[in-house]
Design a protein around this ligand. Structure first.
Ligand code: AMP
Length: 222
């Protein structure tokens, strides 16, 4: 089970990050969010962070070679045999091909790609109501998944903040970017027989149950 290798695919605001954390804990996998990784690089003002900042702030995609380099290196650093959930990577066909090649060169391949399906009209509301913990990164939603105490993270007591790119004008760009550059990955992975899907419009607990069912049905993962 800890060797299972998954990709969570879906538009921003579909709950991929929240579920990746929960599922990773349940199945002993490592959650790997490209967005969190890039935000950490930006916060530390590294060379990669400086290259990525303008794209993250505007809601457009960071160039493929930067993201691919960072994420393949993060996978390479995992202990041998450790499985993972990629959240937000790959986001273009070029990234998907680089991921496949990078895994193949180490004798690995993906077990499944899970598409978080949702009606686009729900996404704007979800994103503008999203709050994230400034300390541990856990995500909440003021409407769908509120914290127990307003403004405070249930998990670590950190302060909840609004991500800069969850402002309405940036959200519109992120959703358009997803449609143009990331949605084509649905066909890409379907052709490889890797695609599964969940109904991401349901409650967080219901989506979690669907995901557990999907993962347990995978050969070598359940
Ligand atoms: P996320 O937290 O997944 O919504 O990502 C936040 C931002 O980080 C995105 O809007 C992009 O600017 C950047 N980003 C995250 N993952 C990728 C990726 N795989 N390729 C390019 N840019 C990315």
């Amino acid at each position: 089970m800890p060797g299972c290798r998954l990709v969570f695919l879906g538009a921003p605001g579909t709950g991929k990050g929240t579920q990746a954390r929960r599922l990773a804990e349940r199945f002993g996998l490592t959650p790997m969010s490209s967005g969190d990784t890039l935000r950490a690089e930006i916060a530390l003002d590294t060379q990669i962070g400086r290259q990525a900042a303008q794209y993250v702030q505007s809601g457009t995609l960071v160039p493929d070679e930067i993201v691919t380099g960072v994420m393949l290196e993060a996978i390479r650093r995992l202990p041998p045999g450790q499985g993972f959930i990629l959240d937000g990577f790959p986001r273009t066909v070029a990234q998907a091909e680089a991921l496949e090649a990078g895994l193949a060169s180490r004798g690995m391949r993906l077990d499944a790609v899970i598409d978080f399906r949702i009606d686009e009209s729900l996404l704007l509301q979800r994103l503008v109501n999203r709050r994230v913990c400034s300390r541990c990164g856990a995500a909440y939603n003021l409407v769908f998944l509120p914290p127990r105490v307003a403004g405070i993270c249930d998990a670590c007591g950190g302060e909840l903040v609004r991500r800069a790119d969850d402002r309405e004008e940036v959200v519109a760009t992120r959703l358009r970017t997803y449609e143009l550059q990331t949605a084509p990955l649905i066909d890409f992975f379907e052709h490889r027989g890797l695609l599964r899907s969940v109904d991401a419009a349901r409650s967080a607990d219901e989506v979690f149950c669907q995901l557990v069912g999907v993962i347990e049905s995978l050969d070598g993962c359940g």
